[in-house]
Design a protein around this ligand. Structure first.
Ligand code: FUL
Length: 507
């Protein structure tokens, strides 16, 4: 009784003190600190969704443009192609595509299953414009999503599909019915080919002229609203929870060019109104959501699709792309076009395999693993977790070195018992808690005992998921004899909050 009176009196301010709100009287505000026995650093927002984190770890994967255009020598079919034109000269072999990707050191692949011409490489219920009506038995038996998913699982690779939102064949394109009855249904059908897909690719080319069921002409759509993205995400994520929706889907961004390079400064954060061609390479430092970059590039000298007379780029050029994308906090999706027999031509196989060898030779014998690693600042340990420098070389992506809160500069030192020949330094931030580092530099202790700055020409600003710095400053084919060093220092000069580094490697 008494208590109730007191509470009512408090509410009405009857006890002579300042008026008290009802909420304060019933739920007294108590200063609360969440328990943090492991002294874990607070996140710097925005942070990636767990599916974006898994996606980022894919790093390097293949793109396979195969379909109607393979048989018409075009890059963009108009949508009026005779279905019989799709007539593979042998059964398309996605397993071979992925084997080559694996030999190149890739961890997955994305196959085009519908390009802008609208021809579907699986037996879909949404349109007659599909493989079941193609020109020969090889064509009619083609089912790329089925065979690609199966091969990927067999080879232990990640897989996903490219479904063009723009459909120059469909009479319904431009109407709401297209989105509901064709596009979203196609995505749902494709999702059924495997719940473990890692990415669906939705191109930005949308609207324009086409066949449109024979009406021909131009159709335009409002990119921001037309594809019902909330529904799209729901449709796909319900079936494929780890599938990142690229481009139109808004979970990973185009790096803004198709030439295989990302900015040296590259943030994985963006704002809604960013212009891909301008900001795509760099991201936006204080962007308000997580939108990591993906670089799409061609491994051949003609189009995305196969063309007679094409040839692959040199392994050295492909290696340079690797450094300028994966080495700059972007993923790399490298296109290799299957030919009219539905296989990758020998020349591509050779170039990609050689490229894989270069990556292996140059970026796998980690000298940091046998160095002694120290840092001038180390975060105080918690009950079950420490933040010692050893966390950067233990090969465990879940452990990281950190400094105490408020310490945003620090020096990491690696030293060896005997001189080492070094060419690249690789760094990784623990991005689950946000991208932090703004500026760093690298120094080497030469054999005469002087510290010399390395890679002066390189903008050593952001790190992000992964940064690879060529110590001679050049990403071009200039794999020289390297530097002779006794020790190396990585100096973090500026960070949004205490830096968290999960890996340092030296090659
Ligand atoms: C572009 C498309 O228009 C090309 O045909 C290709 O598919 C490429 C990867 O994306 O925007």
């Amino acid at each position: 009784m008494k208590r109730r009176f007191l509470r009512a009196a408090l509410c009405l301010g009857l006890l002579g003190t300042a008026p008290v709100t009802y909420a304060q009287s019933v739920l007294p505000l108590v200063e609360q600190t969440l328990p943090n026995p492991d002294n874990e650093p607070a996140p710097v927002h925005p942070v990636p969704h767990p599916r974006q984190l898994k996606w980022q770890e894919t790093e390097f994967y293949a793109f396979f443009h195969y379909g109607m255009n393979t048989y018409t020598n075009r890059e963009w079919g108009y949508g009026n192609e005779d279905r019989a034109t799709f007539a593979p000269t042998a059964a398309p072999n996605p397993r071979q595509w992925l084997e080559v990707a694996k030999a190149a050191g890739m961890r997955g692949g994305i196959a085009v299953v519908k390009h802008h011409d609208g021809f579907c490489l699986w037996p879909t219920a949404t349109t007659e414009h599909n493989v079941t009506n193609s020109g020969n038995d090889y064509g009619r038996q083609t089912n790329i999503p089925r065979d690609f998913a199966e091969a990927a699982r067999d080879l232990g690779m990640k897989y996903g599909f490219y479904i063009s939102p723009w459909d120059r064949n469909s009479a319904l394109y431009g109407t709401e019915r297209y989105v509901k009855e064709v596009f979203l249904r196609q995505c749902a059908e494709i999702a059924q080919y495997g719940t473990d897909q890692f990415e669906m690719w939705f191109d930005g080319a949308n609207g324009g002229d086409g066949y449109y069921g024979g009406e021909e002409g131009r159709r335009s759509i409002d990119r921001a609203t037309y594809y019902d993205v909330p529904n799209l995400r729901d449709t796909v994520h319900r079936v494929c929870p780890d599938c990142v929706l690229w481009g139109v889907g808004g979970e990973a961004r185009w790096i803004g060019n198709e030439a295989g390079w990302a900015g040296q400064t590259n943030w994985s954060t963006e704002n809604r109104d960013y212009v891909p061609e301008k900001n795509g390479m760099y991201g936006t430092e204080d962007g308000w959501f997580w939108l990591p970059g993906e670089s799409d590039a061609k491994a051949t000298n003609r189009g995305w699709f196969w063309h007679e007379g094409e040839s692959p780029l040199s392994p050295e050029r492909l290696f340079q792309m690797y450094l300028e994308t994966i080495g700059r906090n972007s993923t790399l999706i490298l296109n290799i076009p299957p030919n009219q027999a539905g296989v990758l031509p020998d020349a591509s196989v050779e170039a990609l395999t050689k490229m894989g060898e270069l990556v292996q030779q140059r970026l796998s014998a980690d000298l940091a693993a046998k160095a002694s690693v120290t840092a001038d600042h180390v975060r105080s340990a918690g009950v079950a977790r420490h933040y010692e420098p050893i966390n950067m070389t233990d090969g465990d992506k879940e452990t990281y070195w950190a400094t105490n809160d408020g310490e945003t500069t620090a020096t990491i030192t690696l030293s060896w018992d005997s001189p080492q020949t070094v060419r690249y330094v690789e760094l990784m931030e623990y991005i689950a808690k946000g991208q932090r580092v703004r500026k760093f530099h690298i120094e080497a202790l030469s054999l005469d005992g002087t510290w010399i700055p390395c890679a002066m020409q390189v903008e050593t600003t952001t790190i992000g998921y992964k940064r690879i710095v060529p110590l001679n400053g050049s990403t071009a084919a200039s794999y020289d004899e390297g530097l002779q060093v006794k020790a190396m220092r990585i100096v973090i000069e500026d960070s949004k909050a205490c830096p968290l580094i999960s890996r340092v490697a030296v090659y």
